[in-house]
Write a protein that binds this ligand. Sequence first.
Ligand SMILES: [Zn+2]
Ligand SMILES: [Zn+2]
Ligand SMILES: [Zn+2]
Length: 360
Amino acid sequence: MASAPSHANRRNAVRFDLLEDLQMDRLQFSRQILQKELGISTNQLDYLFAFPGKKIFEVIFTTTQHYESCLEKFEKKKSAPSFRRITISPLADIDLKTVHVMIFSERVRNQDVWTWMARYCEVINAMEVMDIDGIKTGTRRFQVRLIRRQGALQHLPNTIQLGAFRGSVFYPGQPKECRKCGSLDHLAAACTMDVCRNCKALDHTTAHCPTPVKCNLCSSANHRFKDCPQAYSNRLKLSTLRSAVSLSQEVMSEIPDDDQAPIPHANQVQQGSWKLNISLLQDEKVVSEFRVKLNHWLSLKPFFNLAGEWWEEMKIRAKRFFIDWGKRTAKKRRLKLQKHKAKLQRFYMMSYSGLMWQRI
Ligand SMILES: [Zn+2]
Ligand SMILES: [Zn+2]
Ligand SMILES: [Zn+2]
């Protein structure tokens, strides 16, 4: 279990940093930036901490709603001249949610619920909930990070449907929506709209919908859930899965009892045209971060019905991990090169204008 971040309990808190030579005193920041530019009224502000140096401010809002609206306003204004040298960072990790998905059918695969969840948010942890006698309850518990678009949290739907099976999705802070029409103003029992349940249009009923039914696992219009290539039952048919099962068993048996998790060989993480950049494995930092990740991924294994399903997911994660690292190192190298180039250019300019080169 990863330790909770130290700022986990800082609800409704954001930090502002003034960059470059920008400085403000507390009242100036409050009136000019918060109240005037961002349109925040004083009754929305619970605390305003001004740290020494006139460059760092922490703002605590009275409600989560005000906190959210501040993030959204800032996102809209951040390219304006007055905000060019100001950054904002949320201190409350309210993007992290514990989500319960309840489906009363033994025929729904955990893998499919996972795939469905990953469409809407970043899945961090998953487990099947059992009662104290160890009997499964039909509820899956996920730890997720919600996605933000233009500063606004993207919430999960209230219901999940996989083929013929429906279930409910809930977490603290989730907006309650009407199951029929998706409105946030009323619930399904009070809904007066005659909405097509397939495409949400008002001018026809579900039975007369001209839009083809979408796959409710991957939202493709070309097939239904039962034919979805991402659905577990169809993935099982793929021969690759069989080899993945034996491969994962092989890998599992290689894992020693101590904390030292194995480092993958190139052929174990490659998929499609992607190939592991072996030089990354020479980097101590990459290796130790990968070990931490792998230990976390190993803890997810019980959630999956088969080792092979877990392995499919882990291959994707390992691939993403190494691609991200590859990108990061490439970016670092590029920045270094740019810096050298700028230095050379400055040197050239100085010699050109007849100046003595002393210190660059
Ligand atoms: Zn409605
Ligand atoms: Zn329709
Ligand atoms: Zn599909």
